[in-house]
Write a protein that binds this ligand. Structure first.
Ligand code: COA
Length: 479
């Protein structure tokens, strides 16, 4: 109806002079352009394809993956799961050092490597060989993103400075993980646990009486890889408007601190009095100048603790995390058999409970020790009481619901056979995750040289003879 009215209106519009018509045309074009830029009306029409059949989210994005060990590979594996064509460049001979680290199957790539490099292609290139640099230059021209996590200065020493890469391909996004950002430690090499310590996680993890503790979750490496992936996707989005690439830097110290931000929150709260939700408060232990380690205290305003369940004497994971969430306090009292705590002034309010948390959790534990962690989980959840069983990695590996959602995926590898990997933890409704096995060292060298970089057969033969893509031993044999 509205369209019909518009059409009629334009038909009855009085004739304009030629020059005036030009002005109208120009200004409406400008209006359309600004509309397009401001409200996203420039998007294509919504696809009519069924959800999940309109391609993958990062399809068409090509990544030059110069990463190794864990932090960088975590990032590029996620990009590959999302559909990017990730070309992992490895040193001829050994490749990523993790291929041979913590090996469980002789002569096969380790799980360390295979679980961090799925869905990628591998090309071997000696970046210190002139011919190798020629290949890298072609890759730089054809890729959208270069991701690296070398020690500070290593990329520059290869000759791949930001200025050089940007000049060669102004659209290239150069993304780096480093241990520290600019400052006194910027030149330092960093591994996971160093980052956990420097980012504030270790000083706030563990028990008050014990030393600082690192966590098993790789918040320094995988955590920073995740941050970098977000930076890359944001830079790709900005590039749509600006047409140019940019540098993306994630320092592991910064990534850990971002994940430990609640502890920086508590550091500032300390200036205004004790941290009442820490069990140390109820125990009457004075707070020092810095946020203390809080054992298994809950990080938020709802006190929680780990309690034993049936079988704890022999099973190290027969425990349950229990949260005394205030809105379900009455249900908790009924279930554990302490109905008088509902009205007892010492227990009835969250504030009254704070100094008595140790006593409360001891009573809850008395109750949970009579049942398995799964029985306890089921029972408490019937009453909307938040809790969670402590799951061992064995239980997680066998958990069918995680297989069903693609969070744990079994893939087949030519030399090591079947193995489990962690699939894409980020679920997109229109982009199924592309989770495949990791590549063998240099498995895709030929196809990348030919199909991606356009080298002719004779040129490939020349490259092979030069030693730029093969290990030194082979060079010696050829000589
Ligand atoms: N061809 C030839 N040389 C290659 C190559 C290739 N394809 N790929 C890498 N190299 C060389 C580099 O040029 C560099 O050599 P150079 O030092 O002579 O210039 C070297 O290999 C890379 O070394 P580096 O990154 O220093 O490795 P490392 O094993 O000494 O250190 C880390 C490892 C992880 C400590 C370090 O890379 C680092 O601090 N990275 C940043 C933080 C990070 O990501 N840490 C977490 C890792 S999980």
């Amino acid at each position: 109806m509205a369209t019909q009215k518009k059409r009629n209106k334009s038909r009855t519009r009085p004739a304009l002079k030629k020059s005036a018509r030009k002005v109208v045309k120009l200004s409406s074009a400008r209006k359309a352009a600004s509309k397009k830029a401001s409200n996203g009306n420039g998007l294509p029409k919504p696809s009519t394809k069924p959800y999940g059949q309109a391609g993958l989210a990062l399809q068409g994005v090509r990544v030059l993956d110069f990463t190794h060990v864990q932090s960088g590979p975590t990032c590029t594996q996620l990009l590959a799961y999302m559909g990017a064509d990730v070309i992992k460049v490895e040193r001829p001979g050994g490749g990523d050092i993790t291929r041979g680290q913590l090996r469980d199957v002789p002569n096969a790539d380790s799980l360390y490597f295979t679980m961090l490099n799925g869905s990628k292609r591998s090309i071997t290139i000696d970046s210190k060989h002139p011919k190798g640099m020629e290949i890298l230059n072609r890759l730089i021209k054809t890729c959208d993103v270069l991701v690296e996590n070398f020690a500070p200065g290593a990329l520059d020493r290869m000759g791949l400075t930001w200025e050089y890469v940007h000049k060669t391909n102004p659209r290239m996004i150069v993304a780096s993980v480093k241990g520290f950002g600019p400052g006194p430690y910027e030149d330092c090499k960093v591994y996971e646990n160093v980052a956990q310590c420097a980012g504030g996680a270790a000083s706030t993890t563990g028990f008050r009486e014990g030393p600082p503790l690192v966590t098993g979750a790789q918040i320094g490496d995988s955590g920073t890889g995740l941050h970098l992936a977000l930076g890359i996707v944001s830079a790709l989005y900005q590039r749509i408007r600006t047409g140019r690439g940019q540098k993306v830097l994630c320092a592991m110290q910064d990534g850990v601190l971002n994940l430990a931000r609640v502890k920086l929150r508590d550091q500032q709260r300390l200036a205004h009095g004790p941290l009442t939700e820490y069990s140390q408060y109820g125990e009457g232990v004075a707070f020092g100048k810095a946020v203390p380690r809080a054992g298994n205290d809950s990080g938020g305003g709802q006190p929680g603790w780990i309690v034993k369940c049936k079988g704890w004497e022999s099973d190290p994971d027969a425990y349950l995390y229990f949260i005394t969430q205030a809105p379900v306090w009455e249900a908790i009292c009924d279930v554990i058999g302490e109905p008088t705590w509902k009205t007892d002034p010492d227990f009835a309010t969250p504030k009254a409970r704070l100094p008595r948390l140790k006593q409360i959790f001891a009573r809850i534990e008395q109750f949970t020790m009579t049942m398995t962690k799964f029985e306890a989980m089921n029972l408490f959840n019937e009453h909307d009481i938040p809790c969670g069983p402590i799951l061992s990695m064995k239980e997680i590996a066998e958990e069918q619901s995680l297989r069903a959602t693609g969070t744990v995926v079994e893939v087949d590898h030519p030399t090591r056979g079947k193995y489990l990997t962690v699939g894409n933890p980020i679920k997109l409704s229109d982009s199924p995750a592309d989770v495949r096995r990791s590549p063998l060292l240099g498995e895709h060298t030929d196809e990348i040289l030919k199909d991606v970089l356009g080298f002719k057969a004779a040129e490939i033969a020349e490259i092979k003879a030069s030693g730029a893509i093969s290990a030194p031993e082979k060079k010696e044999q050829a000589a």
